[in-house]
Ligand binder design. Structure first.
Ligand code: PLP
Length: 399
């Protein structure tokens, strides 16, 4: 057996079977490319679910990480460190947020927001204790913790893990009237993805978020946008909310906040919501650690200074045009915003996974989602020539 077969066999023997990866064993990455253990190069069109927006192993983020790792990695929040204040300052300047709470994974940021808006609901809005409701959308994906999967509508994510956390009201995504109807006196917040990524890059109708924003303001409901996947340049704007010219009350970011080097997430909000959390009420040993802060600072710096957000917009439009120009009778829909793109195949095509394997053989890594959809989300540093190459591989695979 060669190295990769050995490694795959060991994973299967010893690892929990909670993922079904494509059988490609990667060992190195640089920019938009990754290499497998046999030395074959691939164009990465997943970017670790949009965590590697800045490209693999970005040298400036790497340098910041190495420098900080040699100096101080973890203090816990029992003491202060000399990186956190800078991260706060830089994030606040970039996003206009007044309060920031750093965590590690995306799911932790979501959990943090849920805790904060519930407390805000009781202490500020005056909702009776234990009655807070949060509006969420069908086909959402916000992570894997128990409270989060309690309001998932995906049977794989939810079934068998009860008893579930109450306090969530599920409505259809993109339906402003359903949203209006779901609000009641106990509604403290709405938690929504600007574009549903895991559901297959589902973009809501134009005007949806404008109406949702109006309804939230009119009813004193906190609008939480989960920008963990859509944020930090992925859709061609720093935050996807900018496409509709709205501002969330609470914004969740993660993934690309570290350029893929380290789990770093954050809750961004106005003072009122995060202001309800007092010492001892929430935290994390690793949240806000100096290594995470140094990495995140470098990741944000290269994202903005190296024009990655603008590139996501131009290359995203170009990629989308390229995908739309492909004539294939198995393509049902092509959609996307910035470099968050998807091709939905006709059910008769026999499932997206086989096409992902065919793409892999051609040197392009992409991931199927929900049986019939292939997502394309390369690092934001992709060039026109690399998009051309990707389109020609995709065209040959699906025609
Ligand atoms: C929109 C959204 N929210 C939350 C998460 C969860 O992030 P994590 O896997 O870091 O917990 C994801 C991950 O894919 C996501 O896409």
């Amino acid at each position: 057996m060669n190295t990769s077969s050995n490694l795959i066999a060991t994973e299967q023997r010893l690892g929990a079977n909670n993922y079904k990866p494509l059988d490609v064993v990667l060992t190195r990455g640089e920019g938009v490319h990754v290499w497998d253990t046999d030395g074959k190069r691939y164009l990465d069109c997943l970017s670790a679910y949009s965590a590697v927006n800045q490209g693999h192993c970005h040298p400036k983020i790497l340098a910041a990480m190495v420098e900080q790792a040699g100096r101080l990695t973890l203090t816990s929040r029992a003491f202060r460190n000399d990186q956190l204040a800078y991260l706060y300052e830089e994030l606040a300047a970039l996003t206009g947020s007044h309060k920031i709470l750093p965590m590690n994974s995306g799911a932790e940021a979501v959990e943090t927001a849920i805790k904060a808006v519930r407390k805000w609901g009781y202490e500020v809005k005056g909702v009776p204790e234990g009655q807070a409701e949060i509006i969420v959308c069908a086909n959402n994906f916000h992570g894997r913790t128990l409270s989060i999967i309690s309001f998932s509508t995906d049977p794989d994510a939810r079934t068998g893990f009860g008893p579930y956390t109450p306090g969530f009201r599920v409505i259809p995504f993109g339906d402003a009237e359903a949203f209006a109807a779901a609000i009641n006196a106990n509604t403290v917040a709405a938690l929504i993805e600007p574009i549903q990524g895991e559901a297959g890059v589902i973009i809501p109708p134009a005007g949806y978020f404008t109406r949702v924003r109006e309804l939230c303001t009119a009813n004193n409901v906190t609008l939480i946008l989960d920008e963990i996947q859509t944020g930090l340049g992925r859709t061609g704007k720093l935050l996807a909310e900018e496409h509709e010219g709205i501002e969330a009350d609470v914004t969740l970011i993660g993934k690309a906040l570290s350029g893929g080097f380290y789990p770093v997430s954050a809750v961004l909000s106005n003072s009122e919501v995060l202001g309800v959390l007092k010492p001892g009420q929430h935290g994390s040993t690793f949240g806000g650690n100096p290594l995470a802060c140094a990495v995140a600072r470098a990741a944000l710096k290269v994202l903005t200074e190296e024009g990655m957000i603008e590139n996501a917009e131009t290359m995203g439009d170009y990629f989308l045009d390229g995908l739309r120009s492909i004539r294939s009778n198995i393509v049902k829909d092509v959609r996307g915003r910035g470099l968050m793109l998807a091709v939905e195949l006709e059910p008769e095509a026999g499932g997206a996974r086989q096409y992902c394997y065919a793409l892999k053989d051609r040197g392009l890594l992409a991931k199927d989602t929900h049986d019939h959809t292939i997502r394309f989300a390369p690092p934001l540093v992709i060039t026109r020539e690399q998009v051309d190459w990707a389109i020609s591989q995709i065209e040959r695979t699906i025609t």
